[in-house]
Every structure is written in C-alpha cells, then in structure tokens.
Unconditional design. Structure first.
Length: 445
C-alpha cells in the first residue's frame, strides 16, 4: 500500500515536471524524452550519482564551458599560424571612357570588371601577442576544468544528501504506517469497549485523539517522502524505487590538518584560481604587445580583367613584407593595458578569497562531521533507552499495571528514536562526503 502511494506521488511529480502546460517552448519530442528518462528507475546510491552526472543541467553547462574553452584555445593557436585565402570580384559598370585633351570620350558602354587573387600570409613578429593569447586560452581551459571538477564534487554531495533524505523518508513512512495500524486497532477496540460500557468516554476520546495524531504523522511522512523524491528527481531526472541506505563513505584524511594541506595542493577551485591569475598575466602581455610593431610575410598571385576599361588585363605574382606600428591611438592601447592589469589584480584577489573560503569550508565540514558523530552516539543511546522502556511497559501491561495506551505511547517513542538514528546516520554519511568535497578530493573514485 505504501509503495503504491509513493509510486503514485512519483507519477504526479513526473507528469508535473514534463507537462506541456509548464514546459514553455519545449517540443513534444523533448517532453517525450524527459518522460522516458524520468520513468527509468534507480535503486542504489551509485545509480543515483551516475544518473545525476549524466543529466544534471548545471553540470552539463559546466562541461559545455570546458568545450568552449577548448575551442577558444584552438582558435588562439590557429591565429598565429599561416593563413591562405582567396578572394575575387565580378561586377558590371556603365561607364563613359576617355582622357581630357587626349582621347575623346566615347558614349556610355558596359564593362565587366572582374578579379581573382590567392594569398598566403604568415605573421613573423607581433610583440608576443599571439603567444600570450595562446597562454591565456590555455590557462582559461585549465580553470574551466578545475571549476567543472568542483561542480561535479558538489553535485555528488547533493545527490548523497538527497538520496539519504529519500531513504530516511521511506523508513519514516514505514514507521508511520506501522504506528497507524497499531493505533487504528487500539481505537477500534476502545470503541467496542465504550459501547459495552467497559471504559468511560474520556478513554475513548483519548484513543480517538491518538488516532488523529497517528493519521497526521502518516500524512506528514507521505509529504516528506514526496518532497525528498522531488529533490532527487531534480538532480537525477530519475525516479527512485526501493532506496536502501548504505553507509558507504569515501576515505577521509588522517586529520583536519592533512585535509588543509591536501586542499592547498589539489583543490580544483584553487587550481582554477591560479590558472585565472596566469591567464590574466598573459592578457597583460598581450595588451603591452600592442605598442610593438607587427611584421608579416605575404605571397600573392592575382589576375584582373576589365578593371578600368574594356580589354584591361593585369596578372601578377608577388612577395611582400608588411610592417605596421601604432604611433598614436588616443589612449586606446594604454587603456587596454590598464584593463588587463586590473583584471590581474582582480584574479589575484579572487584566488586569495577562494583559498580563505576553502579553509572555512574545511573547518565547517569537520565541525559538521564531529556534530554528526555526536548525534549518532546520542541517538543510539536514546534508542537503547527507548527499547528498555518499551520492554518495561509491555511487561507491566501484561500484569495489568499499565493500560494499552501507555504501550502505544512507548511504541511511538521507540519509533521516533529509530527515526532519529536513521537521520543521524544519514547526516554522518553526508558529512563525510562534505569533507572530501571541501578538501577537493576525487569523490567519484
């Protein structure tokens, strides 16, 4: 019954997620694909992580940024290599041709000027601008790769947290159902006993109140399961079925200090920040290169027909050495250099801020880890106490010293204690993943 209810909720979530009424300009084919993907079930945490890495839009956008950086690097490298091009013209002109005082002007006539040229050109010197632009693109690619790795780690943590929420919510749903079944039986018996005159109306009212509380608890558990499923569906685009909480955590460093040392050397965001600084340095070099002369070699062949008058003909093959150097640009070059230098300052300070943020993140993740361990210890101690209390109340009820209502209260307290243990274990698992993400470790492997 519970599985059917949860499956129904998931179906509603899937339909809402892909409904044409909320899909804007999404095509029917895209909606069909989304529906098919969402209908695919995942069970294990590893399956959920794999689905998120393959489907989460923000991570895919980061991957596209890496592809864009790779394309820009190829473009920068190509800009400094030899270029071969061809160009031509073809037209019609209605002209009156002649030379003042020498050749009398003839009547207007049509001429058809046309030309074709092919040229090879190679930049010989540009003050290092081309190499600087290649370096900039190369470092920007490294930065995008670092940011992608960090985004991937954060996504894994989010999936672990979402999957744990679903697993805990399913346990809570089962606990709430078991409690509701027991209270329904108790309320039913209380009603029969009241009709038979065996108990006063106050006891029957108490049983009805407990039933209402159990029904509310079950409804809350259903809502919690629905919300947890919606969050996991957002990350993975997959429906969850039969989640099983497995305390499978990544290996942690020997100490918090080891985590900090590892992060300083390996964190992908710090690597990205350093790469951004180097890219900014390359931009400064490229901007300064605009002050220097540019020299290029060119070999060109061309043929021209009817350019100025009918019968005009020109064929040429030539080699050229081109030279240019700015003398006055109204401050354009100097302002470009200033922009590049400010960009370098900004990148340097941003990297310093990133390092501080990483140190803070490691401190916070370890604080969360220690807190989660304390919660696990406290929750297990509370569970042991509730088990003892449950056994004691049951024994007293058998000899007539406790009413059934006390047994139900003890059962409810025991159920809540079991839920707290499940929540604490899930929080501890997520805390371990947060440590590895905070230090920039490879969560996937």
């Amino acid at each position: 019954m519970i599985r059917a209810s949860v499956s129904g909720l998931l179906s509603l979530l899937i339909l809402a997620a892909v409904s044409p009424a909320t899909a804007g300009d999404v095509s029917a084919d895209e909606v069909s694909i989304a529906t098919y993907q969402a209908a695919i079930k995942v069970n294990s945490l590893d399956e959920a992580i794999a689905a998120a890495l393959a489907n989460e839009p923000q991570l895919l956008a980061k991957d596209s940024m890496v592809g864009l950086a790779e394309a820009r690097l190829k473009s920068a490298k190509a800009d400094g290599r030899s270029q071969i091009g061809i160009n031509g013209t073809y037209g019609i002109s209605h002209a009156k041709i002649g030379v003042d005082g020498m050749i009398p002007f003839k009547d207007f006539s049509d001429i058809y000027p046309r030309s074709l040229a092919i040229a090879w050109e190679r930049r010989l010197y540009d003050g290092g601008a081309s190499l600087a632009k290649v370096s900039e693109a190369d470092f920007n690619l490294a930065a995008e790769n670092g940011e992608y790795k960090n985004a991937r780690n954060q996504l894994v943590v989010d999936v672990v947290s979402a999957y744990s929420d679903v697993a805990v919510a399913y346990q809570g749903l089962q606990f709430a159902k078991d409690n509701l079944t027991a209270v329904e039986r108790f309320a039913h018996d209380a009603g029969l006993m009241f009709k038979a005159g065996e108990i006063p109306v106050s006891e029957k009212a108490g049983a009805d109140a407990r039933l209402a509380q159990a029904q509310a608890q079950y409804a809350g558990a259903e809502a919690q399961a629905s919300m947890a499923n919606a969050n996991l569906l957002r990350l993975t685009n997959r429906a969850i079925e039969n989640p099983v909480f497995v305390n499978k955590a990544p290996q942690l460093p020997a100490s918090e200090q080891h985590a900090r040392e590892f992060a300083l050397e390996n964190h992908p965001l710090l690597a990205a920040g350093r790469a951004r600084v180097e890219a900014a340095k390359a931009m400064v070099k490229a901007a300064n290169a605009n002050y220097l002369p540019q020299v290029s070699a060119q070999v060109r062949g061309a043929t021209i027909r009817d350019q100025f008058l009918p019968g005009y003909k020109q064929d040429e093959v030539g080699a050229y050495l081109n030279f240019s150097m700015p003398l006055y640009t109204s401050g354009k070059i100097s302002s470009g250099v200033s922009q590049a230098r400010y960009g370098l300052e900004a990148a340097t300070r941003a990297n310093q801020a990133t390092e501080r943020a990483i140190n803070m993140g490691i401190s916070q993740s370890y604080a969360g880890f220690y807190g989660a361990m304390a919660q696990v210890k406290a929750a297990n101690a509370a569970l042991d106490a509730r088990l003892v209390a449950m056994k004691s109340v049951e024994a007293e009820m058998r000899v007539g010293e406790r009413p059934m209502a006390d047994v139900l209260d003890a059962q409810k307290n025991l159920t809540e204690a079991k839920m707290e243990v499940a929540k604490a274990n899930a929080a501890l698992l997520v805390a371990k993943y947060r440590i590895v993400a905070a230090m920039g470790g490879d969560i996937i492997n």
